[in-house]
Design a protein around this ligand. Structure first.
Ligand SMILES: C[S@@+](CC[C@H](N)C(=O)[O-])C[C@H]1O[C@@H](n2cnc3c(N)ncnc32)[C@H](O)[C@@H]1O
Length: 340
């Protein structure tokens, strides 16, 4: 794939997922890149520059959020501005000119995201698991990023019929959370332990961590930004232990616990593991599952892309039986989530 094709593809994704501003910006970058403009200079020399359209927008967003490029802020909805394709592009281009060196060093870092609405799939799955096996939950997440979704029981999942699940006054309000088969409230569900692992964890409670996570949210997606900010607020009072550890070694270190449901969940991280790591992670979970009993069960709950179908099934496997069920389907940013 060429740089231009990749930028165009990313523009299409932004359009589809609800960011007309980023779709437009990426198309303007394409025009500029094809003419050998400043974006070609900023991306020059990166072996993976075909994949750098969204990271470039993330890097610029970071400067905007940090108050470092006031000339661009009036066009960024995330800081109260309004996008304008003519004046906004002029200011954007100027920032690429004046801050090119800084942007190039930001591009050398891995993007980091923690998508709060993916909790619709994970927490909805947990409700269904608890209905079948009503034990207190020990929650373990691989690829947990900032660990925000380990606090999903503190989020509010609103339904289109006016009802909802979770604390009504939560700072995280998820609209149209679920459709399809109706879920049953589970007021007895308790999360006794919350532990995450990530090779590159972010501390959402630090100013730097908050800035990093916010910068990779597309600047005109107000709902995603609000949910992230709400989840960070919750994280200040609901602790979770997020460790700097790769998924395989973390899974190998897990133990089951008598009288608890041990849950391993993960969303949109599997793709980052090599085939060997995926096999080793599957093996570690299966080995733990082989030790599960009715009073110390194990579950694995996932929202991951199914490469063959390009869909995001929500899959639950529970041991000791080891049975697997597709509970429903989610989407890259979590919404919509539809139960079967
Ligand atoms: C797209 S983010 C998703 C984060 C979070 N699961 C969510 O849905 O918001 C993928 C995460 O996987 C982490 N990751 C990648 N490879 C990993 C590995 N081998 N072990 C643990 N985490 C890994 C990345 O650092 C990143 O935080």
């Amino acid at each position: 794939m060429t740089v231009v094709e990749a930028l165009q593809e990313q523009a299409g994704e932004c359009e589809e997922l609800g960011s007309p501003m980023y779709a437009e910006l990426l198309r303007l970058i394409v025009d500029d890149y094809e003419l050998g403009g400043v974006s070609a200079k900023v991306l020059d020399g990166f072996p993976e520059r075909y994949a750098l359209g969204l990271p470039l927008l993330g890097a610029v967003h970071r400067l905007v959020l940090g108050g470092e490029v006031p000339e661009l802020a009036p066009f960024y909805p995330s800081v109260g501005g309004e996008w304008d394709p003519v004046l906004g592009w002029e200011a954007f281009e100027q920032v690429l000119q004046s801050r090119g060196g800084e942007l190039r060093s930001l591009l050398a870092q891995q993007p980091q995201t923690n998508e709060v609405a993916r909790s619709t799939a994970l927490y909805g799955g947990l409700l269904q698991l608890f209905e079948a096996v009503p034990l207190p939950v020990r929650l373990f997440e691989i690829g947990s990023s900032g660990g925000l979704n380990l606090r999903a029981d503190h989020f509010r999942f609103n339904l289109d019929d006016g009802t909802g699940f979770g604390p009504a006054s939560s700072p995280v309000q998820i609209p149209s959370a679920w459709s399809g088969r109706a879920l049953t409230p589970q007021p007895g569900l308790r999360i006794a332990e919350r532990v995450g692992s990530d090779i590159s964890p972010v501390n959402p409670l630090s100013a730097e961590g908050e800035l990093l996570l916010t910068s990779y949210i597309w600047a005109d997606m107000a709902g995603r930004l609000e949910r992230l900010r709400g989840a960070i607020e919750i994280a200040r009072s609901v602790p979770a232990d997020v460790r700097r550890q790769d998924a395989v070694s973390f899974l190998r270190g897990l133990e089951l616990s008598e009288g608890h449901m041990t849950v391993v969940w993960h969303s949109v991280m599997w793709y980052y593991l090599s085939a060997d790591e995926q096999a080793a992670a599957d093996e570690a979970i299966a080995a733990l599952g082989a030790r599960a009993t009715a009073s110390a069960p194990l579950a694995r709950l996932t929202l991951e892309q199914d490469d063959s179908a390009l869909e995001f099934p929500i899959v639950l496997q529970v041991w000791p039986a080891g049975e697997t069920r597709v509970l429903g389907h989610g989407s890259p940013h979590g919404l919509p989530t539809v139960w079967e």
